[in-house]
Design a protein around this ligand. Sequence first.
Ligand code: NAP
Length: 460
Amino acid sequence: MTKHLRVAIIGAGPAGIYAGNILKNQHPDVAIDLFDSLPAPYGLIRYGVAPDHPRIKGIVNSLHEMLGEGSIRFFGNVTFGRDLTLDDIHEHYHAVIFATGAIKDAPLAIPGVDLDGSYGAADFVSWYDGHPDYPLTWPLEAAQVAVLGNGNVALDVARVLAKHAEDMLTTDIPANVYDGLKASPVTDVHVFGRRGPAQIKFTPIELRELGEIRDVDIVLYDEDFPEGWFNEDAEGVTNQHRVMARIIEGWRTEQAERREAGEPGASRRLHLHFFSSPVEVLGADGKVSGMRFERTALNDDGASVHGTGEFVEYPLQAVYRAIGYFGSELPDVPFDAMRGVVRNEGGRVVDESGAQQSGLYATGWIKRGPVGLIGHTKSDASETIENLLADADSLADPASGNTEALLLELAERGVEFTTWAGWLQLDAHERALGAAYDAGVARERVKVVSREEQVRISRA
Ligand code: NAP
């Protein structure tokens, strides 16, 4: 297959960049334009990974190399469906790959979920990561907070809430986030899992990190640890589970020793509760005042749980729902509203009847749902690209012979798009802000939050 291809990718996060990189390596005769609704690239890495996770944020370096190499053009501040339509795509490209991720919170249908003080984790993550479309202030007024869910997002949210703001200063958090966290009166963060400590979806490095937060004690409850709570030999038990069981047992021992020694304890606590299924967010005067859970117990399969009919209430002033992300529908693109993904088979977009939509592909979380680590998007992208290239001969040639025409059209529509050169300017600006920061700590970067400012700096 030697046909020259023009391909648009929507979404400049890891999924989109990996897909572009694999495509150009496998089919060098390709022109790739990568669009994002945000002025800066890197999607989830810039706006989803917690600021105190520099190791994961470091993935940016390889993504930077892939884009900097020049064969993939980046255009930011361009929203698909508004600034750039599916008709534009058909006119200028042979194919489009949707890599828009999953950035909304999965719904939790329980009474009281809309009370003031009940928040989705995705929104909080966007705030602390300085997403331009979120308000600058976050109401951090609660002393006792619940985080629902036993996945890594719940850990991120709990950790950021529990940490002392000074310990976040070495990260790239914007000034408004530091000020908000510094004023937080939080003393107790309660993380609730609906299953047991042996069924957690955390990963070992992230779990261990909880125990290393300065001036924060981990608190565990004996009723969540029935005799033989961790069965090494149970089906599905992996090495990761074994490591995490050891970490948890270590914390239980430390907690017992602390109590025996009568140590005063830290000024903040991070409580891990298990077998607690959320039933209702309790309120007073329209605000969160607590949470009601039903205790659960494991079924014979050793993995699922049932309600026991026993209910427990906790006094709390805020609740963060970290029960999974959910994808957003894209205009004119078939969508599975139950799963929150673009309808697809192996990355080929299909309609409800299963008919393939010519030239439309998907990759990443919008293809398979919000599970898996960033590296998993590589294999996902490989499958999508393999299918795209298998279809290449049948892809209709676009009416317009050059994509420069599209850029002119965008400019005529008043779309202030940013480019790779613009990102390099914004990147340098943020690094300079970090270097100039005067609080006795080394800061690699301070993020610019406002969309207008990002666009202004990028297009200067
Ligand atoms: P996740 O790993 O799927 O965890 C979701 C959690 O929500 C599970 O514990 C689930 O319980 C619980 N849940 C779902 N519905 C619930 C309900 N109705 N009531 C109570 N609990 C409910 O999802 P995630 O935490 O959003 O993470 C998404 C992906 O990103 C994961 O692959 C994660 O590892 C990755 N990630 C990685 C990092 C990192 O630092 N490495 C950071 C963030 C995210 P059940 O298990 O019982 O279903």
